[in-house]
Design a protein around this ligand. Structure first.
Ligand SMILES: [Zn+2]
Length: 457
């Protein structure tokens, strides 16, 4: 594992995280104290950085006053009471602010300002969203909503009783992080140990879900590599991770590498191999969240079998509740109990293909017979219903009604960029840029890419 973008230690140890920084700014706005805040910008409703703030933010630690635009800040008289809480499932943001002690009409009024100025979309709030209220004698005087990593929304009541809202954005710097290692127990555990997030591992598994049987085709000594975006704030703290831009598996069963790329003609982001062939196939080989699946060959439980003449499906042992994906685009033709299969889904695809999924603990919300599903969409969850000895997915593929071994199928492949020379040129530039990032971070490019993916002439 290499990481040339090691975050530097913060210059101001008292403010060790972004949220602390924001908190101190909020405290400053409300209380008029002299806390210093590094790395925050104030932005107008349109999301643009306010004039003259970039320079100020470059010289830590500036006083927050120099960061603010002409927003009228009149600090209310202390003492203020503060309370912090997270949005619960099925709770509205107004409900949360009320729960933290604000009167209903004031909570609604303050939040309406955010919605009116398009700073926040009330339909896209996720559980866990954090809010902090500042109460003055039982009345809401200010509110801080942590909209997302590096972005806080601050609302304050002026002396005239009106609410003023502003977005405080951390200045985020993009980096790339490369993670590469032999798979010791599982890709998931190894990658997380090296700093990758859940999402990167899920994305990695999704890229390879068309090619790899994660249950049986990952072996001790196989190695993987992933490169993904990370963002740090001005103090050098990692704030969030971004897209996976490179995914590679160097294994006994398969050696392949994929580059994230968005062709300019159709705008469909996908992963392409060295020669510009899409990773996507007609059906997935592992129609399950493979990040969870790739668990330890070391202590793999073995009653689970692959495809045999008697057992006309492939079993993937996975924890109960692991998402099961539609292996391809199609229509649900069965979603109900069916004898030993337990909770069972059958999806009809084009060209006489059907896929089936058994022993599910439950179906995805809204899934029913007749519904169209897209490839990779979660249709159900792993369980142990019907004649099953433990939680696993039993996956079947049928061609014109005849069961076939999904792990041996030669399936139609996705887009080949070489068929569109202009797009292929775009891809080659993008691919080389990614390889450059990998080389900077110590990747041995030749050992991974060349044997299986020779460069085009
Ligand atoms: Zn089975």
């Amino acid at each position: 594992m290499q990481d040339t973008q090691k975050p530097t230690e913060p210059k101001a140890p008292a403010r060790s995280t972004l949220s602390h920084g924001v908190k101190s700014l909020v405290a400053l706005l409300v209380l008029g104290t002299g806390s210093a805040v590094a790395g925050l910008l104030i932005a107008g409703p349109n999301g643009q950085n306010g004039p003259g703030t970039a320079e100020a933010a470059l010289a830590p630690p500036p006083l927050a006053a120099t960061l603010l635009t002409a927003t009228d800040i009149q600090p209310p008289a202390p003492p203020l009471q503060t309370a912090t809480g997270k949005l619960a499932r099925r709770e509205t943001l107004t409900g949360l602010v009320q729960r933290l002690g604000a009167p209903a009409n004031e909570a609604a009024g303050a939040l309406q300002t955010l919605y009116d100025e398009d700073l926040l979309d009330p339909r896209r709030l996720l559980p866990g969203l954090e809010a902090e209220v500042f109460l003055d004698d039982g009345h809401l005087s200010a509110l801080n909503v942590k909209a997302e990593a590096g972005r806080n929304l601050f609302i304050k009541r002026g002396t005239d009783g009106n609410w003023t809202a502003a977005a405080l954005n951390a200045r985020l710097t993009p980096h790339y992080h490369r993670v590469s290692a032999p798979i010791e127990t599982s890709i998931y555990e190894t990658a997380l140990k090296l700093g990758a997030g859940d999402q990167q591992v899920v994305d990695y598994a999704s890229v390879f879900a068309y090619d790899v049987d994660f249950q049986r085709e990952i072996h001790p000594g196989d190695s993987f590599e992933m490169v993904y975006e990370t963002y740090t704030d001005e103090a050098g703290h990692p704030v969030k991770t971004g897209n996976l831009i490179y995914a590679s598996l160097d294994g006994k069963a398969l050696t392949r590498s994929f580059y994230r790329f968005t062709p300019s003609d159709d705008g469909e982001t996908d992963y392409f191999d060295f020669n510009g062939e899409s990773a996507t196939k007609f059906l997935m080989k592992t129609p399950i969240n493979g990040a969870r699946l790739s668990s330890s060959f070391g202590n793999r439980v073995h009653p689970i079998s692959g495809y045999t003449r008697l057992h006309k499906g492939t079993d993937f042992a996975a924890p109960s509740g692991t998402p099961v994906y539609a292996a391809g685009n199609g229509t649900v033709v069965w979603a109900a109990r069916r004898g030993g299969y337990g909770n069972y889904i059958v999806v009809q695809h084009a060209n006489g293909y059907k896929t089936a999924y058994a022993h599910l603990s439950r179906y995805a919300r809204g899934l029913r017979k007749g519904r169209r599903v897209r490839q990779g969409e979660t249709i159900g969850y792993v369980g142990s219903t019907g004649a099953s000895t433990g939680p696993h997915l039993h996956y079947e593929v049928y061609i014109n009604g005849k069961p076939v071994n999904a792990m041996r199928l030669k399936l139609p492949t996705g887009r080949k960029l070489a068929e569109a020379p202009v797009i292929m040129d775009e891809f080659l530039k993008s691919r080389d840029a990614i390889d450059e990032i990998r080389a900077e971070q110590g990747a041995g490019l030749l050992s991974v890419s060349l044997p299986v993916n020779p460069p085009s002439p």
